[in-house]
Design a protein around this ligand. Sequence first.
Ligand code: GLA
Length: 679
Amino acid sequence: MPEAPDPRSRPTPTRVPGLLYGGDYNPEQWPEEVWAEDARLMRQAGVTMVTVGVFAWARLQPGPREWDFGWLDRLFDLLAAHGVAVDLATATASPPAWLVRAHPELLPVTADGVRLEFGSRQHYCPSSPVYRAAAVRLTRAIAERYAGHPALALWHIHNEYGDHVTECFCPESAADFRRWLAERYGGVDGLNAAWGTGFWSQHYGHLDEVEPPRTAPGPVNPTQLLDWRRFCSDALLACYRAERAVLDELSPGVPVTTNFMSMFKALDYWRWAAEEDVVCDDAYPDPADPQAHVTAAMHYDLMRSLKGGAPWLLLEQAPSAVSWRAVNLPKRPGLQRLWSLQAVARGADGVMYFQWRASRAGAEKFHSALLPHRGTDSRGWRETVRFGAELRRLASVAGARTRAETAVVLDWESWWALELDDHPSARMRWLDLLRPWYAALYRRSVAVDFVRPGADLSGYRVVLVPNLYLLREETARWLAAHADGGGHLVCGPFTGIVDEHDHVHPGGHPGPLRETLGVVVDEFWPVPDGEGTTVVTADGRTLTARLWTEWLETTDAEPLARFGSGPLAGRPAVTRRGTARYLGCHLGDEIGVVLEQVLAEAGVGPVLPVPEGVEATLRTTPDGAEYLFLLNHGERPARLTLPPDWATAPDRLTGAAVGSRFTLAPLDAVVLRRSPRPR
Ligand code: GLA
């Protein structure tokens, strides 16, 4: 008999065919009579998978030696009977009261020494052996019971690691930190050298003297802080690994995930994604933010990139309003559909929500749900059903990938180091530096991947480095090799400043990239808040630098732009050496002027030329069929013109003919399919 294919090697994330549709389902908040209605309505809405058990620890294990699986058994069978698959949580994100009272030491402690109380969720110290053992025991009990259930499609470890609590400063964490440091540095001498403890009399005689960076009288050692960031990401990853090991043992073949929180600073998602079978994101763009779709696109491109372009899942989003902002705007009609399609357009093989049925009690009772408080006679429910039907028509998109020729380098440890204190300017924040670069590409409909340092760059014509404050020698060699091989490279300001220990590279900035870029930075000249410095390009355009400028000297590069005002007037602001460009300033949204030139030289074009406000993306199936997604995020109808080979395709969402010229209404979308081209 041929062996069953391993679901982990499938092109789509789970064993459920098509694009997944569903959400978090918390039946423990409801009497069982309600479940039958839930299952019936799920079927009506076209729900194919629900996430179950995320906060069910107290219900599943009411006491140290008591287990209650009966309700979950019945639920599994009910869902299976209605054709709904289960993304089963290990339920470890909210330890029950009995465990906390027996072991109050597992509660997390802040940098100021405050122990956070029971009464919310995520109240655990990541390094607590008691917490980890209890979480593993629970995972084992759940896996033993449900590994073989036919409705099980996906394992959902924990929930949003790092949400609420990213770090703990208790004695247990301190001991774990010291163990981590001993592994990293071998002994105290290595640590003293790396942390530069000759400064301010911070020398350690023994590793036992080291503590986490608790609140101190003044600035704390920056390398200690950087290592703490690394350690905290790893401590949570160790929790994930411990649960994953149980699932690998008891439930091989069922894919495993945990839900990410988009571009989340505290966790190095490159390291995390490597240990997942499928990447999942929880995305909550703010309907009050007119640029929310641009940031969302950036997050979705990251999710797709985290596992080398593999399809990912949008595991949570709000059907309408959330409940945790100061003012929670609902999504106006059509927005939920548009933003869901955006995730699919950028590589998601499923669209899921928080949550299925609106809670009556608890902190999230005003959070929207697929089934609102009003029930089925509501706008929300009608949209739930309508969109479920539309998504089914896109089933064959599942497994399709996106091809990008432009890569943006994202490195978590550089992000952490960039945002340490006592820098020339506290305004140099990674997301603020990255956003305009991404937005410039987005506006030009250029497909973008994110890459980590050291990734294979062979498919990319353009590599962008908005900032790599922390630059390892090997990363510099990797970037240099790309540029030396004729690839385009653009490096933003305040790059190449320190090594992996946050020690300044000697000889002038940008350290090990000086030769490749043909420049040296003599001094930083941050721009005061609200002010700007003009930058004049060689072809006579005047731009404005904000936040940051540099006293830049060319050693082997040609200036493409010079400062036009201020103390640096006349000095180079943007330079090039062959295919390598450097920016000695932050140009904000005007970075597009520089990037446009680079893209033109590199021969990188848009997916499709589209009017402002319209997003165009392409996904290609393994057999070569292409799907073109056109989404109108704008306030006005958009006139679009399609090339002849797209113009004959009907809209997959409605089945209607589109034609070569058509108007896309605000918040509307079309998805077109082009058959594989003959080889
Ligand atoms: C996160 C959590 C959910 C819920 C939603 C609300 O994504 O994972 O449990 O709290 O936020 O937006």
